[in-house]
Design a protein around this ligand. Structure first.
Ligand code: BGC
Length: 646
């Protein structure tokens, strides 16, 4: 290849294409986003439930199915590279992109992303895990500098990426817009060359986020392979001039070129050998989307129990801005225009044709129950902006009015994460989190309300009672600044501001467990219409780590799904460690009265912390506590295991 061909190859063109090498018949690759299904492909695409809903399923098989379906639509649209999964951790409820990600825990996010990536790539499409790394807010995202210590970076914010890179063979990694400890992510050599490529052995393509590059030499030297969407710092003129001056590392140029060529050929090869050749949106994919919504919708509260509603009930009031139309998605690169969007109202009418559904606020007291559908939408929760923790005040007033008029009030939340509930939750009997349900997930919400589907989603996040309780309270927006919702306001020209991750490794539930504050709803929480009992815990060493076994029994009257969660704690550690950390989980589906023994393997790493002095993972000798729970705050079985150390 000529030097011109080489420098041309390392930047994109027409926003979503690589350039290829026309003279050598090296083809161009086409890319598209897919945080909730294939976007902008000009063929009909399934609008899936948001990724955060997938996280709430805690179901590896569902993640695989989701990835297969989306991957198949990519193939059908002749798109080679999927710009996802996004796996930045949920640090604050405000982040405008939380709905595109997989929650607050690196093991949950990492495990599901591994399955998703394997499934996408089995279709002959490269996945692109993003946004590497520590891109946890979208508020002026290009000037936001995530400041954290190395343990926090390794144990929390890199851990899911490490899993996807080392276990799923992901084809590409996309850097974030943000800075990390004072350097732009795309320019951070210690991160890209040091950790990603040298330590984890990643040989695929590292691409920038669209326009997320600033300095030619720094981006060139960091290990970044490909500037997307178009050349901004890797322009032919600049790179040739540097080469002419002898200032361009030509070996590094070759390394980038080789990574892009190898990736292109691997995709070509996978497409010619993949048994699947693509499938457009159709009933099969809608079934997958519905299955994810059924498993990922979370029943947070159910006093009475008020739910499930009786299909023979007389009158139901259905109110709130999210009842019809129900927002299918948040906004930005994730948004898929839904072809046949279902709404909560429409789904209720369909499922319960004999119930008199009223939309009138004057008849609240005469109804048997009131359903209030509230939350955010693509204009109020989206990329390039963050959103408030509180619901819009009018919605809060509506909930209060309904609850004052009718004791059987149910709230359904639509949105990408936690919302403030303290102002309205007490008099409300039931609360359901429906995330962004995509085009068909509203059907699952109606099924859950009427007991046609037993809820089994579990929170992939903690929901704080008030913002003051949150782990990142006081460590988010700069003093005196406020949120904006219009992404056009997102500026690259403001001064940098530092976001100090002062809670360190104590993100999410780790924070609540440490300081003894109860969250309103705990990580891992989700109610069911049946009950599960746990017993028979055994813990033993296995070839690769520790095997935890227990028996789960559906002790109620209806079939249901349960997520068995395994947490590990090291009470004698010499460094501050969380009381408990999720290290394994499995989902089981049990008929009424049925029992199943589950086995959850914990690798050695589950016991280690990152030793910043020795620069390696380390297990300290001593006793570790192993807890098996139905949530991080509903521990059912506890055991211990002795580790002699390494
Ligand atoms: C987003 C990426 C996305 C890219 C291409 C950027 O604005 O941050 O997640 O993949 O656009 O649409």
């Amino acid at each position: 290849m000529t030097i011109e061909e080489k420098v041309d190859l390392i930047s994109g063109v027409d926003s979503f294409w690589t350039k290829g090498v026309p003279r050598l018949a090296v083809r161009r690759l086409r890319m598209a986003d897919a945080s909730m299904g294939l976007r902008n492909a000009f063929i009909p695409a399934t609008a899936f439930p948001a990724f955060i809903a997938l996280a709430a399923t805690w179901d590896r098989a569902a993640a695989y199915e989701y990835g297969s379906a989306v991957g198949a639509e990519f193939r059908a649209a002749e798109i080679d590279v999927l710009l996802g999964p996004g796996i930045n951790l949920y640090r604050v409820a405000n982040c405008g992109r939380n709905f595109e990600y997989l929650g607050e825990d690196p093991i949950l996010a990492g495990e599901l992303a591994v399955e998703y990536v394997k499934a996408v790539q089995a279709q002959g499409v490269s996945a692109t895990v993003k946004h590497f790394a520590a891109n946890n807010t979208d508020w002026h995202r290009s000037v936001s500098d995530s400041i954290m210590d190395e343990r926090t970076l390794r144990e929390v914010y890199l851990a899911a990426f490490e899993r996807v890179v080392t276990q799923a063979g992901v084809g590409a990694v996309m850097t974030g817009y943000n800075l990390l400890n004072g350097e732009y992510a795309a320019e951070c050599r210690a991160l890209i060359r040091g950790i990603l490529q040298e330590e984890w052995g990643f040989t695929g393509v590292v691409m920038s986020d669209w326009g997320g590059t600033w300095n030619t030499m720094a981006s060139f030297g960091s290990g970044l392979s490909l500037e997307m969407g178009v050349a901004k710092v890797f322009t032919r003129e600049r790179l040739l001039a540097l080469a002419g001056d002898g200032a361009l590392d030509l070996e590094e140029l070759d390394r980038k070129v080789l990574a892009i060529l190898a990736w292109t050929f691997a995709i070509e090869e996978a497409q010619s050998s993949a048994s699947a050749s693509g499938q457009r949106r159709g009933p099969g994919h809608l079934r997958t989307a519905l299955d994810v919504a059924r498993k990922g919708t979370v029943l947070l509260k159910n006093e009475g129990p008020l739910l499930p509603l009786d299909l023979g009930m007389r009158r139901l009031s259905v109110l709130g801005p999210c009842a019809f139309p129900t927002p299918t998605s948040g906004g930005g690169a994730a948004k898929v225009e839904a072809i046949d969007p279902r709404s909560i109202l429409g789904s209720v009418l369909e499922l319960a044709p004999n119930v008199n559904v009223s939309r009138d606020e004057d008849t609240l007291a005469q109804s048997d129950a009131v359903l209030v559908c509230v939350g955010f939408d693509a204009a109020t929760e989206q990329e390039g902006a963050d959103r408030p923790f509180g619901l819009p005040w009018k919605q809060v007033e509506l909930i209060r009015k309904c609850a004052a008029a009718n004791p059987n009030t149910i709230v359904v939340i639509v949105g990408g994460g936690g919302v403030a509930m303290a102002d309205w939750i007490d008099p409300v009997k039931a609360v359901v989190h429906g995330w962004y349900p995509g085009e068909i997930g509203s059907v699952a919400i109606a099924e859950i309300l009427f007991g046609r589907c037993n809820p089994s989603g579990k929170l992939p996040i903690s929901i704080e009672r008030t913002w003051r309780d949150a782990p990142a309270y006081g460590a988010y927006l700069p003093d005196g600044e406020s949120l904006y919702t219009d992404p056009d306001y997102c500026s690259q020209c403001r001064p940098f501001f530092q976001v100090h991750y002062k809670e360190c490794v104590f993100v999410g539930y780790r924070h609540y467990d440490r300081n003894g504050t109860a969250p309103l709803f705990a990580f891992g929480h989700g109610l069911s219409y049946t009950t599960f009992t746990y017993g028979g815990l055994t813990i033993e060493r296995s070839d690769t780590g520790v095997a935890v076994c227990c028996t789960v029994t559906n002790s109620g009257a209806v079939a249901g799904g349960e997520v068995v969660q395994v947490y590990v704690g090291d009470p004698q550690s010499t460094v501050p460690r969380p009381v408990r950390e999720l290290k394994g989980f499995t989902r089981v589906e049990l008929a009424a009265g049925e029992s199943q023994t589950v086995r959850i393997e914990l690798p050695e790493r589950a016991f280690a912390f990152y030793d910043v002095t020795a620069k390696r993972w380390r297990i300290e000798p001593g006793e570790f506590v192993i807890e098996v729970g139905a949530s991080s705050r509903d521990i059912r079985l506890t055991g211990r295991i002795q580790y002699a150390g390494e």
